[in-house]
Design a protein around this ligand. Structure first.
Ligand SMILES: NC(=O)c1ccc[n+]([C@@H]2O[C@H](COP(=O)([O-])OP(=O)(O)OC[C@H]3O[C@@H](n4cnc5c(N)ncnc54)[C@H](O)[C@@H]3O)[C@@H](O)[C@H]2O)c1
Length: 398
C-alpha cells in the first residue's frame, strides 16, 4: 500500500455512503470532501466523516480539495457525469454498480478512462462475496467439468419497500430493475459462465405494484433513503403504502441469454416474494452446483455439488461446503474487501477482481434484455464494446 494517505471524496451521501466510511483507514486513506445537493446529504457528510471535511452542493467544487480518489454514489442515472468529470481530472474513480443506465454512457466512461489513463473501478461487491467466490473457485478447479449453463433466481423480498418507493421505480432513472438490481447478477453470471451475453430475450411485467393505488404525492418523502422505507410488517405486497408517484419499471423480469462462449443463461428476478436471497445454479458437463442461502446480511450459505453419479433427488450432495463468513461486515464482508481493493488500486493500480469492462457488459445485457421484454420477447443482440477501448482494458489487465 502507498505510504501516502489518499485524499478521498464522496459524491452523493445517501444510503450507500456507508461504503465510503470503510475508506477511512489511517495511513491509507481519509475522506476529506463530499458533495450532495440535498441538505440531508450534506448534514450526513459531516456526521459520517467529521465536522472538518469540505462539504459542497455541487461535485465540481471538490476538485479544489486536491483529491486522489472519489466515490460516485449518486443514483444510477447520475453516475456518468461525475465519473467523466473526475476521470478527466486524473482522479481515481469508484462508481457503484450499475456503471450507468445506458450502454452509451458506459462506453463514454470507459473511453474516457482509456483516453486519460485515470483509474476506473466499478463497485461490483458480489465478486467479493464469500459464497460467490466459493462457487467460482469450484467452477475454475473443474469440479463440474466445463460450464454449459448458469441459472439465477433472485427473490427480492424487500422489493416493494426498497425499489418501488423512490427513484428506483422510474425507467428514466434506472432503465429497468432488470438492469438496476440485475447488474449484480448479470455480472456474477458472466463471471461464473466465463463469457459475456451477446444475444438475449426477455419477458416481464409490472404484475403487483402497478395496481396499488397508494402512491405518495410528488415531493412527499423527498430525501428519504432506502432503509427509511423498510417495513417488515408490510405483508402481503398489496398492503404496501407510500409507493413512488411514478412506477413504470417491471416487478417481475425473466431473461435468457447466450454468452460469447456458448454458455446458456437463465435469469429471473421477482420483487414480491416473501424471502430475500439469490440462488445460483451452475451446470457443467460433469456435475452441477448450487448455493443455499447467499451469505448476504448475515444469512448462512452452503454450496452443494453433485458430480459423482446419477440418482433421484439427493439432499446429501457429493460435496457440501459451508461458506465461512465474517461475523459482521457489510454484504457478508464483501464491502470491506471491495473498498480495500479499490484503495489499493487507486494508489498502485494492478489487477482487480472487479472489471470495468465486465460492469459495462452487465449493463449492456440488462439494457438489451429490457428492450426485448418491452418488445414482446424478441431476441436482441448486445452491442460489443468498441475494440480500441476493449484493447486498452485488456492490456491494463496484463
Ligand atoms: N453495490 C451495492 O450493493 C449497492 C447497494 C445499494 C446501492 N447501490 C448503488 O449506490 C448508488 C446510490 O444508491 P443509494 O441507495 O445510496 O441512493 P440514495 O438515493 O440513498 O442516495 C443518493 C444520494 O446522491 C445525492 N445526489 C443526487 N444528485 C447528486 C449530484 N448531482 N451530486 C451529488 N450528489 C447527488 C442524493 O441527494 C442522495 O443523497 C446507486 O447507484 C445504487 O444503485 C449499490
Amino acid at each position: 500500500m502507498s505510504a501516502i494517505e489518499l485524499r478521498v471524496g464522496v459524491v452523493g451521501v445517501g444510503h450507500r455512503s456507508v461504503v465510503a466510511t470503510l475508506a477511512n483507514r489511517p495511513g491509507v486513506a481519509r475522506v476529506v470532501s463530499c458533495a450532495d445537493p440535498d441538505p440531508r446529504g450534506r448534514a450526513d457528510a459531516r456526521r459520517l466523516f467529521g465536522p472538518d471535511i469540505a462539504v459542497h452542493e455541487a461535485y465540481e467544487g471538490m476538485l479544489d480539495d486536491r483529491l486522489d480518489a472519489v466515490f460516485v454514489l449518486t443514483p444510477d442515472y447520475l453516475h456518468a457525469s461525475p465519473a467523466l468529470w473526475f476521470l478527466r481530472a486524473s482522479v481515481a474513480v469508484f462508481v457503484d454498480k450499475p456503471l450507468a443506465i445506458t450502454i452509451e454512457d458506459c462506453d463514454a466512461v470507459l473511453a474516457e478512462a482509456a483516453r486519460s489513463g485515470s483509474r476506473l473501478y466499478v463497485g461490483h461487491n458480489l465478486r467479493h462475496l464469500p459464497a460467490l467466490r466459493t462457487m467460482r473457485e469450484l467452477v475454475q478447479s473443474g469440479t463440474i467439468g466445463q460450464v454449459r449453463s448458469v441459472w439465477c433466481r433472485h427473490f427480492v423480498g424487500h422489493g416493494g419497500d426498497y425499489y418501488f418507493k423512490d427513484w428506483h421505480a422510474e425507467r428514466a432513472k434506472t432503465t429497468s430493475l432488470l438492469l438496476q438490481k440485475g447488474a449484480h447478477d448479470l455480472d456474477a453470471i458472466h463471471w461464473l459462465g466465463g463469457g459475456y451475453s451477446r444475444t438475449v430475450a426477455g419477458l416481464g411485467d409490472l404484475a403487483v405494484y402497478g395496481g396499488n393505488p397508494h402512491r405518495r404525492a410528488p415531493g412527499d418523502g423527498a430525501g428519504r433513503r432506502m432503509q427509511d422505507w423498510l417495513d417488515l410488517g408490510g405483508w402481503p405486497p398489496s398492503a404496501l403504502r407510500d409507493l413512488n408517484p411514478v412506477i413504470d419499471v417491471e416487478d417481475l423480469s425473466m431473461m435468457l441469454a447466450r454468452l460469447d462462449n456458448g454458455v446458456l443463461v437463465s435469469y429471473q428476478q421477482c420483487h414480491f416474494t416473501p424471502d430475500y436471497w439469490r440462488n445460483y445454479t451452475v451446470i457443467g458437463d460433469e456435475g452441477r452446483l448450487e448455493n443455499f442461502g447467499d451469505g448476504l446480511d448475515g444469512d448462512p450459505a452452503t454450496i452443494k455439488v453433485w458430480n459423482q453419479r446419477r440418482s433421484g433427488y439427493r439432499r446429501d450432495a457429493d460435496l457440501t461446503i459451508p461458506v465461512a463468513m465474517p461475523a459482521d461486515g457489510l454484504h457478508g464482508g464483501a464491502d470491506e474487501a471491495l473498498i480495500g481493493e479499490f484503495l489499493r488500486f487507486a494508489a498502485q493500480g494492478g489487477p482487480t477482481e472487479t472489471s470495468p469492462v465486465a460492469a459495462r457488459e452487465a449493463v449492456a445485457a440488462g439494457v438489451a434484455a429490457t428492450t426485448s421484454l418491452r418488445e414482446g420477447g424478441r431476441p436482441v443482440d448486445v452491442p460489443v464494446l468498441p475494440p480500441a477501448v476493449a484493447d486498452y482494458f485488456t492490456s491494463a489487465d496484463e
